[in-house]
Design a protein around this ligand. Structure first.
Ligand SMILES: NC(=O)c1ccc[n+]([C@@H]2O[C@H](COP(=O)([O-])OP(=O)(O)OC[C@H]3O[C@@H](n4cnc5c(N)ncnc54)[C@H](O)[C@@H]3O)[C@@H](O)[C@H]2O)c1
Length: 325
């Protein structure tokens, strides 16, 4: 991809999107950000407001006109806008469906009509659903366990059909439990790492759902940025119109995670090591274990993740300590 290309990042004011905007601007690309600030925040991108290479479109992907406006003159799309969270989708499947499926389709149509060169989108490890096989390989999926998982799977089906029917290049990145700077610790649907970090900093007890032996392939944001970069720039024709696990390829239990968090945070405040950890019931729609095979990304995209979970966690914890205290 030649420098100075214009990249649209939808959901660019959110956790992953704002990190992608920052990365692309640093690399010399022009960036358009489309966001309705439903879960994203202006403060995540406000440092770019005076940058002439940055354009903000406040709009909603449920509105085709907003999608058309945002994609005008754009070369590439990184589609991150969606309503995340399995519990949110269980509580309100209709809104999750409207944003994650209708919004996705609106963006695909707008990208096709604007002649966008490539459409890279946020898929999800939730697509593995009830498949028990480990590690997860892209070709073996189970049945979805939540409305959210349905929406992310439907995204993959639409992308596949659009690439075959209209010739638009699409790449889906199945993110596995991403964490890092700017992930929101607040609200009913906060992800587990920022939520626990905030609670520990406040000397409140984190509550682990279940016995804590469920495991996840927690993935640091730098690895996700790298996968987006590789997906945008690959010249390998075999590497497009498919999906990739986006992970480090190691699993950590919730009990281990909390142990690391207490260890790293107690370097800033020794009292945090003494905070009591509590356990609650298992959560509906949660899969017991998640671990990615990253062989496909290595083989076709040349992916070599640079941050293992613990190195990423140390960086994330430092960022939260500086920004939440
Ligand atoms: N964080 C993870 O672990 C993870 C895992 C798997 C997949 N994903 C996917 O990655 C993407 C980014 O997730 P995130 O963690 O950064 O979440 P986030 O909530 O921080 O970011 C989502 C962004 O999309 C915006 N948005 C939501 N609805 C919109 C709409 N109707 N119109 C325009 N903008 C809208 C929000 O305001 C927000 O800025 C999502 O598609 C999510 O499903 C994330």
């Amino acid at each position: 991809m030649e420098k100075k290309s214009i990249v649209l990042v939808t959901g660019g004011a959110g956790f992953i999107g704002s990190n992608l905007c920052e990365f692309l601007l640093d690399e010399g690309y022009q960036v358009v950000c489309l966001d309705n600030f439903s879960t994203g925040k202006p403060e995540n991108i406000q440092q770019h407001f005076t940058n002439p290479s940055f354009r903000l479109v406040v709009g909603d992907i449920r509105n085709p006109e907003d999608c058309r406006k945002a994609v005008e003159g754009v070369d590439y799309v990184l589609h991150e806008a969606a309503l995340g969270s399995v519990p949110r989708s269980i509580k309100d499947p209709v809104t999750t469906n409207a944003v994650n499926i209708s919004g996705f389709l609106n963006m695909l149509v707008a990208a096709r009509d604007a002649g966008v060169k490539r459409f890279v989108y946020a898929a999800s490890s939730s697509t593995y659903g009830d498949s028990a096989s480990l590690p997860k390989v892209e070709e073996v999926i189970g049945k979805p366990l939540s409305p959210y998982a349905v929406t992310k799977y439907v995204n993959e089906l639409y992308a596949d059909v659009f690439s075959k029917t209209y010739g638009i290049e699409c790449i889906g990145l199945r993110y596995f439990n991403v964490f890092g700077r700017r992930q929101d610790p607040n609200g009913a649907y906060a992800a587990v790492i920022p939520l626990f970090v905030k609670q520990l900093i406040d000397h409140q007890s984190p509550v682990i759902n279940g016995d804590g032996e469920y495991s996840r392939d927690f993935t640091y944001i730098e690895n996700v940025i790298l996968m987006n970069k590789l997906a945008l720039t690959t010249q390998n024709k075999e590497a497009v119109n498919t999906v990739y696990n986006t992970a480090f390829g190691e699993r950590t239990t919730l009990n281990q995670l909390v142990g690391y968090l207490q260890e790293y945070l107690s370097e800033f405040d020794p009292e945090i090591a003494k905070v009591e950890i509590k356990h609650g019931p298992n959560r509906l729609g949660d899969i017991p274990h998640s671990l990615a095979s990253i062989d496909k990304a290595k083989r076709l995209l040349g992916y070599q993740p640079s941050f293992n979970m613990r190195d990423g966690l140390k960086e994330a914890v430092r960022w939260y300590w500086q920004n939440l205290k």
